[in-house]
Design a binder for this molecule. Sequence first.
Ligand SMILES: Cc1ncc(COP(=O)(O)O)c(C=O)c1O
Length: 392
Amino acid sequence: MAQKIQVPLFDLKLQYAELKDEIQAALQDVIESQHFILGPQVEELENEIAAYCRVPYAIGCASGSDAILLALMAYEIGPGDEVICPSYTFFATAGAIARLGARPIFVDIEPTTYNLDIAALEKAIARCTRLKAILPVHLYGQSVDLDAVLDLANAKQVPVIEDAAQAIGATDARGVRVGARGAIGCFSFFPTKNLGGFGDGGILTTQDETIAKTLKILRVHGMEPKYYHSHLGINSRLDALQAAVLRVKLRHLDRWHHARQDNAAFYDTFFRNAGALDSGTPLAASSPLAMRIPKPCAAPSTHIYNQYVIRVPSEKRDALRAYLAANGIGTEIYYPVPLHLQDCFVYLGYKEGDLPESEAAARETIALPIFPELSKAQREAVATHVVEFLRS
Ligand SMILES: Cc1ncc(COP(=O)(O)O)c(C=O)c1O
């Protein structure tokens, strides 16, 4: 019997095999130098990421979660302050707000891109009495409507802190890379991100020299000069070993983005041919196949597909996932519970039904394998099994 093709959700070993010699040489250099924390490798990475994101300053830190925390700290956000963010995102977005004693104000998403809904954002701003920042997320690798978010934030004179953890290199409706137009951009180097390290890591981008200086102080215990503490900072330094790996990988990042975009284009065509519509049409509307694919990005905006996420009827979603797993195909649910309904945020007083689009997305979405090294046979197997199940 022919062996079933295995398709993990991601396969980091393939990327490592391709770059093994380059990475090992870079790691060896760091080991020989015995300089492990911050230092020249981190500074070089900061310069290279700043150039890549087309901003004057980039500041490395220990994770994407810390990047958000440091960004909020740089704006002195604290107890009683309000920060608006989407509910449908990874925990770290709102965790950082709450960790500082501030109040996350959860706003619903618009169902086409899964990013902040601008009309809902406007309403939430009007209700806030102590709004200190807006924290949109470029979910799955696609920019939020930054023009609209920036206009609303500017009118209120509050900073926009971009959670660009999943979106390095993605461009917005003006063709500008994310993390460049907000007050601060926050990026994650979690291993499965498009630019992933060999462990945790993160970076912040900014145009503002004063904010850049503050972030550099905050990441080393608020210390400048040594042992003199002007701020109440944290320990959130990027390791030189991570920076060395990331510098090698950064050289390949655009090629990997293109490979992901090529995989996405394959899925789009395959699913459209099978009768799927894009996420611009509600799932409830009748269509040849009860499935929605990501709505294409209008140029010059680009999607870097950290995730390729489809929408299917909620009563079929978990069964589809089980069927794919039984056929050797890995998937993930990003995210099964929107943040306004998480146990740790009960004190905020949200209830089911408050943010219906976030709740529907949590029930109906599923992420398929999209990593750059996916073979033609693998992506074909994924698409075939998805359609086969939905037609059954
Ligand atoms: C949207 C979003 N924000 C923040 C983070 C936090 O990044 P990290 O895992 O590097 O702390 C992640 C990463 O998983 C993310 O996806």
